[in-house]
Design a protein around this ligand. Structure first.
Ligand code: PFF
Length: 453
């Protein structure tokens, strides 16, 4: 006999756990560097539009599937439909989790590397932009160090998933998430006092519309999915631990709000420093690692800020990597009858192996390019910009068209009766988005990005 499925202890417990999956390197590392590569404010404008028009409706749909079926992504579609195609869409989510985890852990490894240096104080030596950039270059050009940090981070992730998520990670994120938020606010305020930081604000909030093209829109859409952990069943899996008493739409709004505010605050921190120190906004994945040390070196209490910041960032990354490995593990446990511990060891090790070429993309394999991209860039592109939006597309189609909307209407109202009594049009609005707006937008963006439109 299976033991009864566990459920979240409280409403806020679910919101924090889901926000823990959503808030991570995607907000603090990926969002600022993509904004920097894609024209700043124009990107942010399109990003927010993607969150509102596609992200939130798909988030509600994904959580609803999980809550209704009470299973992992593949298992959920097996409960809800006989379509083999949809079982495959659940499977694509598992693969996406595997691939994202492989490159994500490389960057998470860097945060651990920076944490060591923050603790021993050497990070505070990089007080000007050139020194900080050079240091990043040295760190990432050491293949052994990069692979070692990747392995360390994967061992931490596997350790937590192996021993169970609840106590450690939930308790940890309840303390570290607010701390990260406060530290970011502190950094933002300090950044804004720097001479020239207003240019950063201008860059972030004063759009140059001519910068918007299909690449910018694809990057923004991919980032909305990546940042909200959508399109691959992570939120679906977390939704499967909910009960009918929980209010899905309101929880989703909270998750989106927390996720987006952390990204915007991180953007303000980084770009106030980038412009105050005359750096280039479009350097790519190295952006935060080149800018933050300069701030820490200059600000009062910099050692404490640096240590707590990289500790909190590593933990935020860990709450996300755990949710990624959990999707892969849950699939093999539920659907294939594996023992949890074996699944963690086997698939955690395979992810680490796949991560090695990503870790080497900044050094030994820097010149090894497939369609003009390093292995790291390629895995990031395929999983985030293609697999997640495609997964989101089919989730929207499933809930909007295939599941039976009369049923869906009743299911989503459970736990949120008052909301829908007050604003009955919300459900029609959601239906139109799932049926038409989200799928059409996703298809247009995907086709134009591969040059078909
Ligand atoms: N949302 C996480 C971040 O922004 O860092 C990354 C992520 C976690 C993506 C879990 C997908 C996922 F399922």
């Amino acid at each position: 006999m299976n033991s009864p499925r566990e459920h979240w202890g409280s409403k806020i417990g679910f919101i924090l756990a889901a926000a823990g999956s959503a808030v991570g390197l995607g907000n603090i590392w990926r969002f600022p560097y993509l904004a920097g590569q894609n024209g700043g404010a124009a990107f942010i404008f399109v990003y927010i539009l993607c969150v509102l028009a596609i992200g939130i409706p798909v988030l509600i749909a994904e959580i609803l599937i999980g809550r209704t079926a009470q299973k992992n992504p593949v298992g959920s579609f097996k409960v809800l439909t006989t379509s083999k195609f949809y079982h495959g869409i659940g499977g694509m989510g598992v693969v996406a989790g595997f691939v994202i985890l492989s490159f994500y852990s490389v960057v998470a490894g860097w945060t651990i590397g920076y944490l060591f240096e923050a603790i021993n104080g050497s990070l505070l030596n990089y007080d000007v932009a050139e020194k900080a950039s050079e240091h990043f270059f040295v760190l990432t050009h050491d293949p052994v160090w990069n692979v070692l940090l990747l392995v360390v981070f994967m061992i931490l992730t596997m350790g937590i998933v192996y021993f169970g998520v609840q106590k450690g990670i939930e308790l940890g994120s309840k303390i570290m998430m607010p701390l990260l938020f406060v530290l970011l606010l502190g950094l933002m305020i300090y950044g804004l006092t720097l001479d020239g930081s207003y240019k950063g604000l201008d860059y972030l909030f004063n759009p140059d519309w001519s910068k918007i093209n299909s690449d910018v829109i694809l990057a923004a859409l991919g980032q909305a999915f990546f940042s909200m952990s959508l399109g691959m069943g992570a939120m679906l899996t977390y939704g499967s631990y909910l009960t009918k008493k929980d209010n899905i739409p309101v929880s989703s709004l909270w998750i989106a709000f927390l996720d987006t505010s952390v990204a915007i605050i991180a953007g303000i921190c980084i770009f106030s420093v980038v412009f105050a120190t005359g750096q280039n906004p479009d350097v790519g994945p190295s952006l935060i690692f080149r800018t933050l040390p300069v701030v820490f070196a200059k600000m009062p209490g910099g050692w404490y800020f640096a240590v707590f910041f990289f500790f909190a960032l590593s933990l935020a990354a860990l709450t996300s990597t755990v949710s990624l490995l959990e999707v892969v593990t849950a699939y093999f446990v539920d659907e294939k009858g594996w023992k949890r511990k074996n699944a963690v060891i086997v698939f955690g090790s395979l992810v680490t192996l796949l991560g090695i070429p990503s870790a080497l993309s900044f050094n030994a394999l820097a010149d090894f390019k497939i369609i003009g991209k390093t292995f790291f860039d390629l895995t990031e592109f395929i999983s985030s910009n293609l697999m997640l939006p495609i997964g989101g597309f089919f989730i929207a189609i499933f809930v909007g068209w295939l599941w039976g909307f009369d049923k869906v209407k009743l299911l989503v109202k459970e736990g949120s009766e008052k909301l829908f009594d007050k604003f009955p049009w919300l459900i029609i609005f959601w239906k139109i988005i799932l049926r038409f707006i989200a799928p059409v937008l996703i298809i247009i963006v995907l086709l134009s990005s591969i040059g078909i439109l």
